[in-house]
Design a protein around this ligand. Structure first.
Ligand code: UD1
Length: 371
């Protein structure tokens, strides 16, 4: 007899990368049924379909099509639509990753229906409540029954919030599982040659946080720094749709390109990972990229005043720049040392450990039900 059914939920780009290894590991078990729900928070081909195909992600069973909107509207649409899925499917467990609006909506719907939740990448804290992700993380953790952590500080953060340690499982970093699985293929593509550039000579840039792109003055400061960087070294900048919209609104896009900054469409997983592997340095405000850069050993400069991933600073390649983009102009990729981090649990097998824990939890519930 099977142990039960798990509904996995994905919605935005980073979650595909985090959840793929857990789903793949559970797929290998005959005793667990899986269903995959895509909320549709990200929907453009480059943000969703291409990512899913690169990651060999199974085709989702259900699309909710919630799309873009204000935080309230997007979260509410996902909450309402996912509640209907739960009422129809009645799964034994819900598994969700990360800290995007879809994650919180899903956790709210499941908790109210008393369906247990496993949260992948639990316990990260920036302690910065101006970030929507911090609100999403804290609440999703509070509502989850199993909290999968990837670094020691996550357990400390959860303990400080009074969360029972029996709910916390250190499994490691599932995002790095995806990286280890696909890095060979990504490197073989040598995507830097299309520009045409040499490995190690360029800076790869991604910026999409509201704190850097939504407000005109900060966006202009960022663009000025990138233009100055572009005068000295090659810069590749795959631009997130939020950022493209803001750069167009402020009339800044053409100036960047004239300064030699190569503004690209968002890329699929393999091409982007390939560019990370070939980069001499990375400038970002993304969370996942701080981790991937550390695993690959590429120096990473994070344009934020804080990070929920401090292990990437203490054991990895990450440097926090704060809010001032000025120093970006002085990055010289050829002069920087590359040293891959060896972080416990960032070993390519975190998804398997999470899958084992989910199967064990399903087994324990089944045993209780028949006791
Ligand atoms: C979301 C997450 C953020 C994550 C990021 C990764 C929240 C609160 N934020 O931010 O934590 O780091 O995803 O990419 O959940 N858009 C498109 N096409 C798409 C998706 C979005 O054009 O496929 C545009 C829309 O104009 C939309 C804007 O991008 O309004 C922002 O998208 P949204 O998902 O709301 O937030 P992100 O900035 O992507």
């Amino acid at each position: 007899m099977g142990l039960g059914t798990v509904v996995h939920v994905v919605g935005a780009r980073p979650n595909f990368v985090k959840m793929a290894p857990v789903i793949a590991a559970l797929e290998d078990r005959a005793d667990v049924e899986q269903r995959i729900v895509h909320t549709g928070q990200h929907y453009d081909a480059r943000m969703s379909a291409e990512m899913l195909s690169d990651l060999e992600f199974p085709v989702p069973d259900i699309f909710l099509g919630v799309g873009s909107g204000t935080h309230g509207a997007q979260t509410a649409r996902a909450l309402e639509a996912f509640e209907r899925v739960l009422l129809d499917e009645r799964p034994d467990f819900v598994c969700v990753g990360g800290d995007v609006n879809s994650s919180l909506a899903v956790a709210l719907a499941a908790a109210k229906l008393r369906i247990p939740i496993a949260h992948v990448e639990a316990g990260l804290r920036s302690f910065d409540w101006t970030m929507p992700e911090e609100i999403n993380r804290v609440l999703t953790d509070r509502l989850s029954e199993i909290l999968f952590t990837h670094s020691p500080e996550a357990a400390t953060n959860l303990a400080a919030e009074g969360i029972d340690e029996n709910r916390v499982r250190f499994v490691g970093n599932t995002m790095i599982d995806s990286l280890r699985r696909f890095e060979g293929r990504a490197q073989e593509r040598r995507p830097w040659e299309a520009f045409p550039l040499e490995r190690g000579e360029y800076v790869l840039v991604t910026l999409h946080r509201p704190s850097n792109v939504d407000e005109g003055e900060q966006l202009r400061r960022v663009v000025t720094a990138l233009m100055r960087l572009g005068e000295s070294v090659p810069v590749l900048f795959p631009v997130h749709p939020r950022t493209t919209e803001r750069l167009r609104d402020e009339g800044l896009l053409s100036g960047l390109e004239q300064a030699g900054v190569r503004c690209l469409e968002p890329l699929g997983y393999l091409d982007f990972l390939g560019l990370e592997i070939g980069a001499g340095a990375i400038v970002t405000d993304s969370g996942g990229l701080q981790e991937e850069a550390s695993a690959l050993g590429v120096p990473c400069f994070t344009l934020r005043p804080n990070t929920e991933r401090p292990i990437t600073i203490t054991q990895g390649t990450n440097t926090l720049l704060g809010e001032d983009p000025g120093p970006i102009a002085d990055i010289r990729p050829r002069e920087l040392e590359h040293r891959p981090a060896r972080i416990e649990g960032w070993d390519g097998h975190a998804g398997e450990r999470a899958a084992d824990a989910i199967a064990a939890a399903l087994g324990a519930r089944r045993a209780r039900a028949y006791a």
